[in-house]
Design a protein around this ligand. Structure first.
Ligand SMILES: Nc1nc2c(ncn2[C@@H]2O[C@H](COP(=O)(O)OP(=O)(O)O)[C@@H](O)[C@H]2O)c(=O)[nH]1
Ligand SMILES: [Mg+2]
Length: 226
């Protein structure tokens, strides 16, 4: 009986901090993305490919969340952009306060793009706004094409579905068109890119999406108010 009001209170407090973060991101022209998937779908791999494609002087930073270990931060630091691990110690999602705390010593005026890798989980992260401009859901071809129907919330809330590991399609019974149809049943407007972080297939489309959205946000910020 007590659980519902408490959960509501936690979420509304999270929403308040997330709204504050979103306003600060907009004020400083920071484009923020929140990457969500099951463990092992390829979030860190996609970030490795993405950071590897950016010029060294690009104003990009990464926050990467996990229940335990600094492993993902170690993988991502190789690209010489600022990276911080957020270790949740058991919590199955990132929340806005964790983002706020880990950004405290990163001046936002030095950033254009903030990439957040959420904790591997298709359920809990979908309830926690982090102040991002868009959520991105990653689904790999070994997970089953029914996942958008089973975990609708995250597919409904994401602007983009990255279908990863397409290099494995010859070896697994995964119907990629059915996966895309299922995602569109939940969210008709969802955009979809099909990639392989291993071979590099489709990564150009992903980078195009990223750059287009980044530019669109910049134009929005530069437009005079009124
Ligand atoms: N075959 C194949 N393996 C991949 C691909 N992307 C990632 N992997 C592998 O999948 C595993 C999990 O990837 P990781 O990026 O750590 O997933 P995360 O838990 O979502 O961050 C690793 O062994 C990766 O090498 C891909 O496109 N194709
Ligand atoms: Mg990872």
């Amino acid at each position: 009986m007590e659980r519902v009001p408490l959960e509501k209170k936690v979420l509304s407090e999270n929403d308040r901090i997330a709204a504050d973060l979103r306003a600060r991101f907009q004020e400083h022209g920071v484009f923020c993305l929140n990457l969500i998937s099951s463990p092992g779908s390829g979030k860190t791999s996609l970030l490795e490919c993405t950071l590897g494609a950016f010029p060294r002087h690009d104003r990009v930073a990464v926050l990467t969340g996990d229940i335990q270990t600094e492993n993902d931060a170690i993988r991502l630091k190789r690209f010489h952009f600022p990276v911080k691990q957020i270790t949740t110690g058991g919590t199955c999602h990132l929340d806005a306060r964790m983002i706020e705390r880990h950004l405290a010593d990163w001046p936002l005026e030095d950033l254009d793009l903030l990439l957040i890798e959420n904790v591997g989980n298709l359920v809990c992260p979908s309830s926690y706004d982090l102040g991002e401009a868009a959520k991105i859901v990653v689904l790999s071809v070994t997970e089953g094409e029914d996942k958008p129907l089973k975990y609708p919330s995250i597919f409904f809330k994401s602007d983009l579905l990255v279908l990863n590991k397409i290099d494995l399609l010859p070896y697994v019974p995964f119907d990629i068109n059915a996966a895309a149809d299922n995602a569109r049943r939940i969210h008709p407007g969802i955009e979809i890119v099909k990639v392989s972080c291993l071979t590099g297939a489709g990564l150009h489309e992903w980078m195009m999406w990223l750059e287009q959205r980044r530019r669109a946000q910049k134009q929005l910020v530069q437009q005079p108010v009124g």
